[in-house]
Design a binder for this molecule. Structure first.
Ligand SMILES: Nc1ncnc2c1ncn2[C@@H]1O[C@H](COP(=O)(O)OP(=O)(O)OP(=O)(O)O)[C@@H](O)[C@H]1O
Ligand SMILES: [Mg+2]
Length: 333
């Protein structure tokens, strides 16, 4: 008889998800915020929780990172049961909250060293890790200046650098790019990709569909306290129709001829535009153009609209996302 059980097979270790939640519930007073949520995030992947303001994204992050207790649900993070061993969970994770944890009165470097102290790193190790992260996050020049003078993007980078001081294998990023300009947002995306290539698991909340599309292996849409849909960006896009070609005319006669030649489309008599269902593929487009050519009609403008996460979001929640991701889009009629 052996006293200690044999180690788990490697495959089983690899298969253990970084985060799982089953039946997660949370109410504040009589307001039900999370009404039974199931999630599973494989190790070394990016999981994005998407939802409008007030959907409960921050609540999920706070619960999974032990800052707030759940009313019900079985939760495991980093292989530890959240209710039984919150301390073990805390040592496995890093959290970058929605609102900055940076202290503006001290320098970036001092903020980092403070985190190193909190993680009980030796002075020497703390200095080494701080120097390495400041370099990695392009903050060396700013390191000795008070953080209150940093731009939003610099503060956000410092926030994440501070989160990484303890070397967490699972990190929670609550709206890491809200309020950042496109360039800073791309820098942040690069940082997330780098983390994942090192095998870190990233749990990311966002209101930006484009961001989830760019980064996430899996996306869950939180709506009405439940996960309204979950899947890869492509899987989610497949659940909504919405691909079409849109033709605009300035000449009402050309518009009417086109409406006759392209049956199956939806016309807007005022805007003189026609919308024809299409997968946006070459063959489909050619067929539309051939039919126009055959009828001797020339459109003034042709745009191809493939379904994107905006359409998914709209279809699932019945509301456009609060912050537009790119150009404002015409409503699909
Ligand atoms: N401590 C609290 N006490 C009472 N209600 C709360 C508390 N924290 C959150 N709520 C409520 O729970 C709901 C979800 O809030 P939460 O902050 O999780 O949303 P969110 O998806 O993160 O929104 P945002 O996009 O604005 O950050 C909201 O209705 C909010 O008012
Ligand atoms: Mg929030």
């Amino acid at each position: 008889m052996t006293a200690t059980p044999p180690p788990a097979p490697r495959a089983a270790q690899v298969a253990t998800p970084a985060i799982t939640a089953t039946g997660l519930r949370k109410s504040y007073g009589d307001k039900v915020v999370l009404d039974g949520i199931d999630l599973s995030v494989p190790q070394g992947t990016v999981f994005s929780l998407l939802g409008p303001n007030g959907a409960g994204k921050t609540t999920v992050v706070k619960i999974l990172s032990t800052l707030v207790s759940a009313d019900a649900g079985e939760l495991r993070v980093g292989g530890h049961d959240l209710a039984a061993d919150p301390h073990a969970v805390r040592t496995a994770i890093g959290v970058t909250g929605q609102f900055s944890a940076v202290d503006g009165l001290i320098t970036g470097e001092e903020n980092m060293l403070l985190m190193a102290d909190l993680h009980h790193l030796s002075r020497r190790e703390g200095r080494r890790v701080t120097a390495e992260l400041l370099e990695r996050f392009d903050l060396v020049e700013a390191a000795k200046k008070p953080a209150s003078g940093y731009s939003g993007g610099m503060k956000r980078r410092l926030d994440i650098a501070m989160t990484l001081v303890g070397g967490p294998r699972i990190i929670f990023l609550d709206e890491p790019t809200t309020g950042l300009d496109p360039r800073s947002r791309h820098t942040m995306w690069g940082i997330v990709r780098e983390l994942v290539s090192d095998g870190v698991t990233v749990f990311l909340t966002t209101q930006y569909l484009e961001e989830a599309d760019e980064l996430a292996d899996r996306i869950a849409v939180l709506h009405g306290g439940r996960i309204a849909a979950e899947g890869s960006a492509d899987e989610l896009k497949r659940i909504v129709p919405g691909g079409h070609v849109r033709l605009r005319f300035t000449d009402p006669a050309a518009y009417r001829s086109a409406a006759g030649a392209l049956r199956g489309g939806v016309g807007d008599d005022e805007a003189l535009s026609l919308q024809i269902p299409s997968d946006g593929g070459q063959r489909d487009l050619r067929s539309v153009l051939d039919r126009l050519d055959a009828a001797g009609i020339e459109a003034d403008e042709l745009t191809v609209h493939t379904p994107d996460l905006d359409d998914v979001f709209f279809a699932l929640t019945g509301a456009p996302v609060a912050a537009p991701t790119h150009q404002p889009k015409e409503t699909v009629r």
